[in-house]
Design a protein around this ligand. Sequence first.
Ligand SMILES: Nc1ncnc2c1ncn2[C@@H]1O[C@H](COP(=O)(O)OP(=O)(O)OP(=O)(O)O)[C@@H](O)[C@H]1O
Length: 267
Amino acid sequence: MSAPKLSLREIGKRYQIGSNTEIEAIHRVSFEVMENEICVLLGPSGCGKSTVLRMVAGLEEPSSGAMTLDGRQIEGPGRDRGMVFQAYTSFDWLTVQQNVEYGMRLQHVPAPERARRAQHFLNLVHLSKFAQAYPKQLSGGMKQRVAIARTLANDPEMLLMDEPFGALDAETRWHMQELMISIAEETQTTILMVTHDIEEAIYTADRIVFLSRHPGTVAANIVPAFKLGKRWRRKEEVLELDGYAELERDIMKLMRQQATDEVQAVA
Ligand SMILES: Nc1ncnc2c1ncn2[C@@H]1O[C@H](COP(=O)(O)OP(=O)(O)OP(=O)(O)O)[C@@H](O)[C@H]1O
C-alpha cells in the first residue's frame, strides 16, 4: 500500500476570543489523504472544515498534533500547496493569461515557458479563447476556472479548495464538479476540498471525511464503495448507481444527528 500524501494526526485548534475566552474549533482530527486522491471534508456549518484546510495550507498553525505532506512537517505556506477560495480571486487589471502566468512570473519562469504553461492550463479549463479577456468580462464559473488554472500553473503537489463552487448557480456547479474530476484525472493532482453539499461530496470524492459539529472531530471516514473505485465523468451516472441514494441517506442522518446533538447541548 502506498504512503499517504497528507497525514493529520490528532490536530487540535483553539482560538482566543477577547482577553479571557478560548474556543476549541477542532478536536483531535486525524485522517490521511492518499496520492492522487480527491478527499472531501464535509460536515455541519461551523464544525471546522475551513480551519482544517487553512492549517493544511499553512495559513494557520495547529494548537496541537502533527501534519505532514510527503512525510515532511507542514510549517507555513508553500508552493507545494495551491489554494482555491470560494470568492473569486483574480487580479482585475490583468488579462486571463496574465493572471495564470502571475505565479510563474514571481518565480522568474522565462516568458516563452510561462506562455506555454498558461496555454496548457487554460486549455484544460476550456478558456483558451478567453486568454486576452479581463476577469470582469467573464461569468462566475469562468472566473473560478481562471483561479483553478492559475493555481495549477504553479505546479502544486496538492490542490486545496474551500467551497470553490459555493457561489455558482446549480448548473454551472455541476459542470465545474465534472471539470474538477477530469482535471484530477489529467494532472494527477491530489485534492482536498471543503463543501457542505452532500451531493457534491458523494459525486466528487474518492474519500469523504465527515466532521462532527463544533468542536469538529472525525465522525466518519467514508470511501463510497458503490462507485467501484472509479471516477465518473458524467454526474447523472453516479446519481443513478445502486448505492448512491443509500449513502446520501446515511450522510443526511449523520448531519441530522449532529444538529440534534446541538439542540440537546443548547437546551
Ligand atoms: N480566526 C478565528 N478566530 C476565532 N474563531 C474562529 C476563527 N476562525 C474560525 N473560528 C471558529 O472556529 C469554528 C470553525 O470555523 P470554520 O470556519 O472552520 O467552520 P466551517 O465548518 O468551515 O464552517 P462553514 O461551513 O459555516 O463555513 C467556528 O466556531 C468559528 O467561529
